[in-house]
Design a protein around this ligand. Sequence first.
Ligand SMILES: [Zn+2]
Length: 401
Amino acid sequence: MERTAKATPQVAREHNERLVVATVYVHGRISRADLARVTGLTRTTVSDVVERLVASGLVAEAGRGPSTGGKAPILLEMPARARLLIGVDLGDQVFTAAVVDLRGRIVRRASAPSEGLSGEEAGRLALAVVDSALAHGDAPILGVGVGAPGLIDTGTGTVIRSVTRDWRDLPLGQRIAEHTGLPVHVANDCQAAVFAEHVFGSAPAANLIAVKVGMGIGAGLILGGELFTGDGFGAGEIGHTIVHPDGEACRCGRRGCLETVASLGAILRGIEARTGQPASLDQALDAFAAGDPDAREVVLGAGRQLGYALASLVGALHVRRLVIAGTLAAFGPDWLDAISAAMAERTLEALAADVTVELGRVDDVVVLGAAALMMTRELGLRLQPLDATMSPVRGPRGAAR
Ligand SMILES: [Zn+2]
């Protein structure tokens, strides 16, 4: 929501509605009088806006609050299912689309195997899983939030480049919007993941890095309480930074990128090179858990390579908390220790001692993050870590007084 110097009646009306919606969401339950006090709108305006919102079902009356002398005021709330969202994770192994309520709870999900798909085929599967999630006809749906791999123009929803899916300038957001008739917000999956860890994770912090490791590798950054995407959209795109100039050929066309030594593909190729047998993720996980020496060496070696790369991020940003998520997080604490130790080995000692690397705590991190990003845009909210009242928001953007 932008400040407008001269607002037309229509613009003012929309602004006031967004302001009231955001304020009700933040407070959980609030009276009309308190809404007027908090927003700075007149009581008459608040009454008019609330009447429209109640008629649309977005806001509902929720009993009476404590009396402060006179008649106890009627409280207003936003029912968790007043609107639903579709959160989409275009993941390594599966594409998932989930119906999510306004408090970040998953109502239902649809998914389809996506391993090995690329180009148009992968694009079509993305539309199909969104269709499956929408099939039950729950209404009204506020919009579709998508977390996709690669460099994403979040303004247009275009995937500028995804090496993982071999997409270049794919108008993914536009296609889903045309297909469903719904508003669509496409974000980078790592940025969706860090947003979910920030909002729904258990240890709120102003600064946070979430590193997602699977077929691809990327980082999402929360800096000063805000999602940081850089001057363009590419902050955290570390997967195709070259770490070994004479290394293996990468799918991006160059050699020795971080993904060639630390991703899922690197692990599977490493195991195959040692055993002579192609391995799947499940086989690699089983062999690692069983203590197979080849699997241990390859997986922990990949973890160390990632840790070396993270040393640069820690040195550049001194963010105290790094969360590791994605497919490879299934390798668990031993892999995490390899990452953490390697990071510490290549970071100024006093700095490394101040940083913790941990496994992500939020399930469905991309689905929830993508849905939450969509919701912030459509409802004019600014989400912040969940507080004791379960209100994951800090207040309306540009709340004019
Ligand atoms: Zn590359």
